[in-house]
Ligand binder design. Structure first.
Ligand code: ZN
Length: 192
């Protein structure tokens, strides 16, 4: 009901283990695909091997699958999770931004890539445990304005694992006056 993780064999439960243990700073979110071996390969190709065109496919599927949901949420902007500028330079693009731009085009919702900025360079999250992830993300984001004009936004990213990235970004946005922070991802790990 919160992060949208599939709950294997526990369909009667409303929240996954991690959402029950710890309140999140975002309101709610959903992802398109389960992060399995197939999606691991697909997203790796999209992020690290230049397959930008995958973004169009993911976004089209997200646009269809989450149209009703996003109509209810009524976002004023889609905000891709930013990459650190040096990482973006190295990779040539921000995969979350490619998806957000396509999605924004399908839905006619503006995409804001200026308001949420990356702070100090963080370690790649996948090498860290959950506590280290939160510590790593404390100064990961900042807001490039005194206040944010949006009341409702959707954060866009490729993978949702523990939610610590979404929480860190949502916290910064809330501090500047955003009331509802949702997320949409391409892929999500399964919950217990
Ligand atoms: Zn959850």
């Amino acid at each position: 009901m919160k992060c949208g993780k599939p709950l294997e064999g526990m369909a009667d439960r409303e929240y996954c283990e991690s959402c029950r243990k710890r309140p999140h700073d975002f309101d709610r979110g959903r992802a398109l695909f389960r992060y399995d071996d197939c999606m691991r390969a697909s997203i790796a190709a999209f992020k690290y091997h230049g397959r930008r065109e995958y973004g169009k496919f993911y976004a089209r599927e997200m646009a269809k699958s989450f149209y009703a949901l996003a109509s209810r949420w009524q976002p004023e902007a889609l905000i891709p999770i930013p990459l650190h500028p040096s990482r973006k330079r190295k990779r040539g693009y921000n995969q979350a931004e490619l998806v957000a731009r396509e999605l924004g085009r399908w839905w006619g919702v503006p995409v804001d890539t200026g308001i949420l900025r990356r702070g100090k360079k963080t370690l790649p999250q996948k090498q860290l445990n959950e506590r280290q992830r939160r510590e790593n993300l404390k100064t990961a984001f900042h807001i490039s304005a005194d206040s944010v004009k949006y009341k409702t936004v959707i954060l866009i990213d490729d993978i949702y694992t523990t939610g610590s990235t979404m929480d860190a970004a949502a916290r910064r946005l809330r501090e500047k006056g955003v009331r509802k922070v949702y997320f949409l991802c391409i892929s999500i790990g399964s919950g217990r």
